[in-house]
Design a protein around this ligand. Structure first.
Ligand SMILES: [Zn+2]
Ligand SMILES: [Zn+2]
Ligand SMILES: [Zn+2]
Ligand SMILES: [Zn+2]
Length: 350
């Protein structure tokens, strides 16, 4: 009996070991640890050329490098340092995009010196999350300065520390010692020209013709045709001429009205008359010598006279009084069915 009790106890103990072990394996399978990269950039670049007194905006992004999926972390920390001889923090410039219980603040810590402290607990992020941005002013007049991630770590949702790599940001002040003067180039009809400017081979910055100011882009002079307001025409179309080349600018075919007995077809846009007059197209006419047709005499359809070319363009013809088409006959024919009605009315009432 005692042996049996010991056996049952052993079985129960064995089971109690087995159950949590299985559960832990299951939890690990359901969520693999993300691999993260802490990235510092400005203008989406990890290196920039700057000038003294420039204010640059730095982004601190947490990127997941092993997958595009959202992930949960139990905690992370990053202390962002910057070269104090090169940069100065712009007070109040931190914008934190994590709306949870996150910390993103400018600190002067005894342990870490002047830092931007970034941390959060138990958060889910998407695979490319800009945790915060802040601004630094360039106080140096030469050399370069770095903004870098330090004292950073992260734990996954199973409280396991996870792999984090980092990308830092570097700003460099260029002394523009490798300047090239680019001489003015006149534009052609089809190619742009430019005004004189200077180009720094080291940092790529551009300067104006007097090498005084930085300019955003090459001062292009647009290449365009030199046209006048006057149309040039041929029988088919009209266009603008270029003083410098033979290209027909904005060429279109004429929009022609119809030719008449006195005028040629005319383009409604450029006014050019094209082709020949049309001797059969008389636009403004009147009827002469019309005679009404009546039961007792023949009529005359009238002569068509053109007011533009002053000619009788169609001679009329005699309309016989017996012609069924003459209008008095039509009145008579329409009246015939009414006669019996008139007779019946006459008989009844008179
Ligand atoms: Zn330069
Ligand atoms: Zn041209
Ligand atoms: Zn025309
Ligand atoms: Zn006419």
């Amino acid at each position: 009996m005692k042996k049996l009790l010991i056996f049952i106890l052993n079985v129960l103990l064995f089971c109690s070991f087995l159950t949590p072990a299985t559960a832990v394996v299951g939890a690990e399978e359901s969520q693999t640890s993300p691999i993260l990269e802490f990235v510092l950039t400005s203008n989406e670049k990890s290196a920039l050329t700057v000038e003294n007194n420039d204010v640059i905006t730095i982004s601190f992004a947490i990127l997941r490098t092993d997958s595009n999926e959202d992930y949960a972390i139990n905690a992370f920390q990053n202390y962002v340092h910057y070269d104090l001889s090169f940069f100065e923090f712009v007070e109040g410039s931190i914008v934190c995009n994590d709306t949870g219980s996150a910390v993103a603040q400018h600190l002067n810590s005894i342990t870490y010196g002047e830092i931007i402290q970034c941390q959060n607990m138990a958060t889910t992020y998407n695979s490319s999350f800009v945790f915060c941005t802040f601004q630094l002013r360039v106080i140096a007049t030469s050399g370069s300065g770095t903004v870098y991630n330090d004292e950073f770590f992260a734990f996954d949702s199973n409280f396991q520390q996870i792999a984090v790599t980092r990308k830092n940001f570097t700003a460099t002040i260029c002394l523009h010692e490798n300047l090239t003067k680019v001489n003015e180039q006149a534009p052609t009809c089809t190619e742009n020209g430019w005004e004189t400017y200077y180009h720094c081979a080291d940092c790529g910055l551009l300067f104006d013709a007097n090498n005084e100011y930085v300019i955003d882009e090459i001062p292009y002079i647009l290449g365009v045709h030199k046209t006048t307001d006057e149309f040039v025409t041929d029988n088919d179309g009209h266009w603008y001429a270029c003083e410098n080349c033979n290209e027909k600018i904005d060429y279109v075919e004429h929009t022609l009205s119809k030719a008449t007995c006195v005028s040629k077809a005319k383009c409604e846009v450029c006014g050019l008359s094209v082709g020949e007059i049309d001797p059969h197209n008389h636009k403004n006419t009147r009827i002469d010598n019309y005679v009404i047709t009546w039961f007792f005499g023949d009529g005359y359809s009238g002569d068509v006279y053109c007011l533009d070319c002053n000619q009788t363009v169609k001679t009329g013809e005699i309309v016989s009084k017996f012609n069924i088409n003459a209008w008095p006959w039509w009145i008579l024919l329409i009246s015939i069915p009414i006669f019996p009605v008139i007779i019946i009315v006459w008989i009844i009432f008179f």
